[in-house]
Design a protein around this ligand. Structure first.
Ligand code: F6R
Length: 605
């Protein structure tokens, strides 16, 4: 998604803006631009494609020089990726960058055309720039106060006003924006913490319709009418190394390897004296909940599916799992005693946030499982369980998924115990095995080289299937998504027992099938399903626990998981599945960390 940065201070802001934007590249974008006050005039530079194109273009044409400016990476929504559609956009004396979507931009455009404005781009953003410009006499805040109430939709804006070369303005509604507090003589604006982490870890989170006037020496936050607002300083505990590759070829590989640490960080603080201790009185809510509605998107939703299998089987509490984009429009039945469980790495996904608001508006309690501290979903939910994965930079989610699973296990065990479904011994055994998981993940990570070798046999595939039963089916959906999003091999996850109800017609000689067979109760049935695809020529990569008897003709390759109980298999299988997807994509020459068309944080519908 789009990224915003802003800088005012003593440095040449062109260099700071480009550096800060480079930290947002992971979010996905297709053009970039900056605007800098140079000798009192706003100079705009833009380029289609990578940030490097912009940097090289400016090197050829002469880099803007100034101490105050804004920058943007654009992920196209309204209008194709092009020079003209790139941000910043301008009116006569106002230039801005924007994240979000302006819903009534056609209406605003017609109004402004009637006032003599001409539009260059196809973007919604240009209408906001011109609308603010229309109201701008000599008072920036007055212009914002007149213009923004007319704007419907979501926006985070960083704005330069001609006549004020030593300040920038920041304002937001729905889309996130922070103001970074520099160590004397400089301040920042950014849509995301990693952008400014090199310079400062102190920041203000802007709330709805708060306006920040940012100069080198101070930050003043007001509402649109100019009433001062006292802000609480936030401190990000992500260190700068977390946003660097640290010797790994890709962020994705680094983040796969960070999973043992992320897992420990997420569960350890919550297991004390042999019991799960959730923060904020969550136990009472869990005890009372009649039904859980897990709502999320993509990978986070896949964590919810595993959660459903765990919670229903261990706690006997019914769980619905919904895609947020469906939940919010399907008029779901929500009862007073239900609990909505909202899962999101970024805490900013537009559909997920809307689903949370819908649940709240219907009076049911909400629990957010979120990785980014202070994000919108974390702030708006009634209860929050943070996952402690640290920043996830690669677009494809890996460690964030594993820690979402970790929280699902904690919830299932706690619900099981509170509802009297799990006795003390079973509860204690489960917690012990959960705490042993990071070591097993470490063991699996050491197989990365072997999985890279195996990937050679699968990397030419055009299609692939992932099959499993029970928890294996739940997990296979994530294995399949990981492969398709980064390698561009079409893949589909199927419940193994469902294959012969149609899809088996697609199984032909040589097609790879990744078969997860870790559920011992279902092993015989699963083996029959594997035989069905083998009989039709499929090339099978089988996952099972060490010690499982596998006849030589059942699979072409086998990945063995360290011994454990069936219930914990998803926490183990996911690691080789991620590595399998990673190595295939890498060997196919794909841009692993930034797959085409994808964005890290999906802040538009
Ligand atoms: C895929 C992936 C996405 C996200 C989805 C939700 O690897 O990362 O499917 O899981 O866009 O994002 P969050 O968790 O930030 O709400």
């Amino acid at each position: 998604m789009c990224g915003i940065v802003g800088y005012v201070g003593r440095e040449n802001c062109t260099d700071v803006l480009i550096d800060a934007l480079s930290k947002l590249e992971y979010r996905g974008y297709d053009s970039a631009g900056i605007a800098v006050f140079e000798n009192g005039k706003i100079r705009v530079e833009k380029a289609k494609g990578r940030l490097q194109n912009l940097d090289e273009k400016m090197n050829l044409e002469g880099r803007p020089f100034g101490n105050c400016g804004i920058g943007h990476t654009r992920w196209a929504t309204h209008g194709e990726p092009s020079h003209i559609n790139s941000h910043p956009h301008s009116g006569r004396r106002v230039t801005l960058v924007h994240n979000g979507i302006i819903e009534n931009y056609m209406e605003l455009k017609a109004f402004l055309e009637g006032k003599g404005y001409h539009f260059e781009s196809q973007t919604d953003t240009e209408t906001v720039a011109k609308l603010i410009d229309y109201y701008y006499q000599d008072d920036p805040l007055e212009a914002l106060n007149k213009a923004l109430p007319q704007v419907r939709g979501a926006y985070a804006l960083a704005i330069l006003f001609e006549g004020f070369p030593d300040r920038l303005y920041a304002v937001r509604k729905e889309s996130p924006l922070i103001v970074g507090l520099g160590c004397g003589g400089e301040n920042f604006v950014a849509s995301d913490i990693p952008a400014i982490l090199k310079y400062t870890n102190r920041y203000y989170l802007l709330e709805q319709d708060e306006v920040a006037l940012v100069t080198a020496g101070q930050v003043v936050v007001t509402d649109l009418a100019g009433n001062p607002i006292e802000k609480q300083e936030q401190v990000a505990d992500w260190d700068i190394d977390a946003a660097e590759k640290g010797g790994f070829a890709h962020f994705m590989l680094k983040e796969i390897h960070e999973q043992p640490k992320a897992f420990r960080n997420t569960i350890s603080p919550r297991i004390r004296d042999g019991a799960i201790q959730f923060e904020n009185g969550l136990d009472d809510v869990l005890r009372a909940a009649k039904r859980l509605h897990v709502v999320a998107c993509g990978t986070a939703m896949h964590a919810g599916i595993v959660g459903k299998y765990l919670i229903e089987s261990l706690a006997r509490v019914p769980v619905d799992v919904d895609l947020a984009s469906e939940f919010r429009y399907r008029n779901p039945i929500l009862e007073k005693e239900d609990l909505a469980v909202i899962i999101s790495q970024s805490g900013e996904t537009a559909d997920t946030l809307a689903a949370l608001r819908l649940a709240k508006s219907q009076g049911i309690r909400t629990l957010a499982i979120v990785n980014v501290v202070g994000s919108s979903i974390a702030r708006e939910a009634d209860y929050v369980l943070y996952t402690w994965a640290g920043p996830e930079i690669a677009v494809a989610s890996t460690k964030a998924y594993t820690v979402q699973l970790a929280v699902m296990y904690l919830l299932a065990f706690q619900l099981g115990r509170l509802r009297g479904q799990l006795d003390e011994a079973a509860y204690a055994n489960y917690l012990t095995e959960l705490m042993q998981t990071p070591e097993k993940i470490e063991k699996l990570l050491s197989q990365s080289g072997a999985i890279a070798n195996l990937a050679v046999d699968y990397r030419e595939a055009q299609n692939m299937f992932f099959i499993g039963r029970g928890l294996d089916y739940a997990l296979s959906q994530e294995g399949s998504l990981k492969l398709k999003e980064i390698s561009y091999i079409y893949s589909e996850a199927y419940a193994a027992g469902e294959l012969k109800h149609g899809t088996i017609s697609l199984i032909v000689e040589g097609i790879p099938v990744v078969a997860l067979a870790t559920q011992r109760d279902l092993l015989e049935k699963m083996i029959s399903n594997v035989r069905e695809v083998r009989a039709r020529g499929a090339k099978v990569l089988l996952f099972c626990f060490e010690g499982t008897q596998v006849s030589a003709d059942l699979a072409n390759h086998v990945i063995y998981l360290p011994q454990g109980s069936d219930l914990f298999a998803p926490l183990l299988s996911i690691v080789p599945l991620q590595l399998f997807a990673y190595h295939i994509a890498e060997q196919r020459g794909c841009d692993v960390d930034k797959p085409r068309n994808l964005a890290k944080s999906v802040t538009v519908e």
